[in-house]
Design a protein around this ligand. Structure first.
Ligand SMILES: [Ca+2]
Length: 430
């Protein structure tokens, strides 16, 4: 890992300069820099859908080199974490209903309801059967923008077997605490083996279409069609390693970026992704942000625009779990979009939210990224051009699976554990 860091320092002076201005620490101990690779590569991760309130007017992306960061960042001050609910089994995603109650998925395959501040003891009935192994299971939950009229909710989940599985999206009507009229609206193609990289975050665009992240199929030695599964991310006939954009019934929007091209899956919105588990929209600007796991190190924050190629695995800052060798000798290439931020040692980014609440004015327009390995929420402060200016850490002390803004303008976190928690972040000390 030292070798990798040195190469960064030797080759990306501009980025280091930026990094120094935000207090990145390249001098930490080897143990800090090189977290042991998890037996099941770590962490995977997350986000739930938010509905934008305004017409998007994204500012043009800038081409600054990514900010590279490693090690600790300053602690956020004046924020306390309050446990609201405990006893959730590996919760993965959450979404608020119009009445203020909260739907929370549990990865083993249950959909829970928090009503009036208490966990309803019986799970919601009617959830589809899921492939609940490794990183797979019941994943994200999203509420239809017209939920008040149609009662529709959307679920992402892993479906199939160890030998052959896919990320699916289904929708159903939530009526009297059960799901009715369940309908599978999307299934990623091709099928893959193993139990890694299901992606699965959902975000609504202001035009009523749905973005869904799909993972690349898994780490070596997993293969699809005779090559490493990770290369699916560069195959535009495959849904793996992509963000797809769907109409609410699963049909393909006529203005998706590749609908006119031959030999390209028309659902694709962006590609070259490894495993996006954080996906968020800025309701003020319509900008779409994502976080994705690198292999070993090299986790990324990206600003997503339709039709772009985000590079995996052609270019990457991360290294192989098994050998520590670079995934690629190249970290950037013309035509491939660079990340905005690279966590050189993994935080294992999970859920992502762009804060537009009014309870904590200092947080306006900041990104909040959960970290599974980091066991914290990273506050990411953007400058007026949408580039990363600085970061702070809100310690949680547990693997953070998702972070969302609540309707009342605070942030809520769920933690990835047998006894997972729903935690509220609010102004205060102690
Ligand atoms: Ca990338």
């Amino acid at each position: 890992m030292n070798r990798i860091i040195l190469r960064v320092m030797g080759g990306t002076v501009g980025a280091i300069g930026l990094c120094l201005t935000i207090g990145c620490t390249f001098g930490q101990s080897a143990s800090q820099m090189e977290p042991a690779p998890p037996a099941t590569p770590a962490s995977e991760p997350a986000t739930s859908p938010q509905t934008a309130q305004t017409t998007p007017t994204p500012s043009p992306p800038t081409n600054s080199p990514p900010v590279l960061t490693a090690g600790d960042v300053p602690a956020a001050l004046g924020i306390r974490a309050v446990t609201v609910i405990a006893g959730l089994e590996h919760p993965w995603g959450l979404a608020w209903l119009p009445d203020g109650s909260i739907l929370i998925t549990e990865r083993p395959g249950r959909l829970r309801l928090v009503r009036d501040g208490a966990l309803v003891s019986n799970p919601i009935a009617g959830v589809p059967e899921v492939f609940a192994v490794g990183q797979g299971g019941l994943m994200d939950v999203a509420i239809d923008p017209n939920f008040a009229e149609n009662r529709l909710i959307y679920l992402t989940y892993a479906h199939g077997t160890e030998a052959e599985n896919r990320t699916r999206v289904a929708r159903a009507r939530l009526e009297n605490d059960r799901l009715n009229d369940l309908q599978v609206i999307f299934e990623a193609t091709p099928a893959k083996s193993g139990n890694q990289h299901f992606g699965s975050r959902m975000v609504w665009l202001p035009d009523g279409t749905l973005l869904v992240s799909i993972g690349d199929g898994g780490n070596p030695p997993l293969q699809i069609d005779g090559e490493l599964s990770r290369w699916q991310a560069q195959d535009r006939q495959s849904h793996l390693g992509k963000i797809v954009r769907l109409n609410p019934d699963g049909s393909i929007p006529a203005d998706n970026p590749f609908v006119e091209e031959n030999n390209t899956a028309p659902a694709i919105w962006s590609y070259g992704h490894r495993n996006i588990q954080g996906l968020a929209i800025d309701p003020a600007t319509g900008q779409i942000w994502s976080t994705e796991h690198g292999s070993r190190g090299g986790d990324e924050l990206n600003l997503i625009q339709a039709g772009n190629n985000y590079g995996w695995p052609t270019v990457s800052y991360s290294t192989e779990y098994a050998t520590g060798e670079p995934i690629s000798e190249e970290r950037s290439r013309p035509g491939l979009v660079d990340p905005k931020l690279v966590w050189m040692n993994a935080i294992a980014p999970s859920g992502l939210t762009l804060y537009r609440g009014d309870r904590i004015p200092d947080w306006q327009g900041n990104l909040f990224a959960g970290g599974l390995v980091a066991q914290e929420v990273r506050r990411i402060i953007l400058d007026s051009r949408g580039n990363v200016a600085s970061q702070e850490a809100i310690a949680i002390g547990q693997r953070v699976r998702d972070v969302r803004q609540s309707p009342d303008g605070l942030l809520y976190v769920i933690t990835d554990a047998d006894n997972g928690q729903l935690i509220r972040l609010e102004p205060g000390t102690e």
